[in-house]
Design a protein around this ligand. Sequence first.
Ligand SMILES: [Zn+2]
Length: 366
Amino acid sequence: MKVKDIAALIEGVAPREFQESYDNAGLAVGSPTMEVTGVVVCLDVSEQVVEEAISLGANMVVSHHPVIFSGLKTITGKNAVERIVLKAIQNNIALYAAHTNLDSVWGGVNDKLSRVLGLTNRKILSPLKGQLVKVATFIPISHANAVRSAMFAAGAGAIGNYDCCSFNFSGEGSFRPQEGAKPFVGELGKVHFESEVQVEVICTRLVLSGVIKALVKAHPYEEPAYDIIPLENEYAQVGLGMIGDLDFPMDEADFLAYVKRKLGAKLLRYSNPTGKQVRRVAVCGGSGASFTRLAAAQQADAYVTGDVKYHDFIDAQDKLLLVDAGHFETERFTIDIFYDLIMEKIVNFALYKTKYIDNPVNYLFH
Ligand SMILES: [Zn+2]
């Protein structure tokens, strides 16, 4: 088992392509080809966690928050991040993170958070844009089925609970084979018209290169023609936050007590109650206040996230109940996600949850 194999296992659920543009998920320190002796999973990498890995004989740390986020110009140990990186390099410890890519997928942070809160009928709160493309290709009638099927098999044509989605129309293609061509039909130097089917399918950028490879392989022409068209459509299956329903509506006071208990939070900060019952609930682990309006627009009665600012509470008050349960409190079970994911795939592996699961935010009650 190499570092890249552990990464591939996690990215099978949370592809790095789904991370936000500002993010820095992936392998930050270490060689992808290093043999892994053990993995420590954590929310944040600290010097203590690196030392813990060393003492356990584990040479890979998997965290939710990337240790290097905005870049490093030196690694001299003058601050905590530099010391962590230095210590990791000196001790041959690989540091890997799955961050907003893990926030954005089923099986990830918001999936877990919404399940912890018992939400049903769930969907992604803020679907990702720029992930979908349309592929159009032009196929002689005899081979239309084969090419279409090959593209479907490579992952094209999936929309919601449907697969094998395509649009097909008939027409005529023309071409003149030039010197050196070996045409499937037609003669050198003569313009040829062939009855063709134009097949259009939708696919994600993630599977695009595989779809094109499958198209080209199944297509009988020497130079298959195809168009790749970027779409503005949202990709409903991936994105930040989730929204769903409580099985039993609650009044706002009961809902707050419910959230506090379910998340094991020491305290909650929340906006002025709206006086409505809470049935539809949006969530976003970490810092999600920017999605408050989106949650309200999707008829959420309450929105649970972290890192909420003063003016976010003001903006929210006539729309929904905005609940700040804490960045740590809405993300701490990410450790379990990593743990279960790796455990499920690899048996008899030295896998450890860090014992340093501390909220960096402290509360004074009296
Ligand atoms: Zn976070």
